[in-house]
Ligand binder design. Sequence first.
Ligand code: CTP
Ligand code: MG
Length: 401
Amino acid sequence: MTLLPVPRTAVVIVAAGSGTRLGADRPKAFVGVDDETVLAHALRGVVAVETPMQIVIVAPAGLEGEARAEAERTAGERIDLVSVVLGGPTRQASVAAGLAALWADIEVVLVHDAARALTPPDVFDRVVAAVDETGWGIIPVLPVVDTLKRVNGDRVAAAVDRADLVAAQTPQGFRRDVLATAYAAADAEHTDDAALLQAAGHQVGTVAGSPLSFKITTPEDLDRARRVLADREPAPIVPSRPALILPRVGVGTDVHAFTAAGTLWLAGLEWPRQSALEGHSDGDAVAHAIVDALLSAAGLGDIGTHFGTSRPEFAGAHGSAFLAETRRLVEEAGWTIGNVSVQVQAARPKFSPRRAEAEAALSAVLGAPVSVSATTTDGLGFVGASEGVQAFAVALLIAAR
Ligand code: CTP
Ligand code: MG
């Protein structure tokens, strides 16, 4: 069951090489680093990127099932975004196989070596942001630290100025249409995807890479990866989450004081001849409690996050305007409102004659059932003294689709 929004970015993880230089008894991506393989670590980095991406794993012949199993262990709720395809005899052929599996909606594609297993998630973010900004091919790079020499056999022919040299890493990011066209036209093997893109006449830019993105090529590199992992803080114990996205609840409360001027607005209704509630907006504590409950359920912050002084258009707005905008935010984040229950504590106005009307008005704005109940406080507290009203709301959200 896919409950995540359709992504616009994809990552092709090439893992189909044999790992000749590593010399292990199985293809490199399937060699254990600690208790997990090179591929599993690469997948963890990709899955930790905040915005979900389509993930295409390019596997060697006979290991497609194992690649799928690694994804099932590591991708969590993003497993529906993963597909596994068979690689080719060269890296370039493997990338081409991965590109052929991209979904129609994909606009930006990253190509990543499984062998760069410890690449941190922020590198992916940087590459995607730079592709979006420039439309160019983008590669993560590190400055070259060693002094470089050009040699002729075993003799040094010349020193090389390293000032304008960098080391290229992956993930390399591209506009999907541009990369697909360049791949279709390629008639030679290139050292990386950026070189292929440049050969087709396109611009390639850089962002900062990471020392952790080193490629596991030799047994020494594998040792280095093992040392990096051994030095890490033990990961916090996070309870494993089911692949199913659970419904989410949120709670919200609000209080507003009565004031002498104006007409009362409460629960989305106008109450003629009742003194108004004070506030930046119309003081509709019922609507505001619902807004907080919905935003909290969606994990989108609170009313101040979205309707504070940075949104002057909401100054003086009615509760229904807040509710409509909140519904839009929640739906944009991939949720559907299940239902809302709200209780108002108020000594006045007398609520019961208009309870059904309030429920209808609030339900209409949210497109979901809203139940409203009202109570007094037996004369106690600020509610009992008629100084103000207070509202409590609970909202349930379910994943859209
Ligand atoms: N790769 C691939 N298909 C190939 C060759 C390479 O998918 N036919 C992938 C590798 O799995 C690796 C990445 O490309 O993740 C970078 O290649 P490299 O480090 O050279 O890996 P191998 O080719 O496996 O190693 P070697 O060159 O030592 O054989
Ligand atoms: Mg190779």
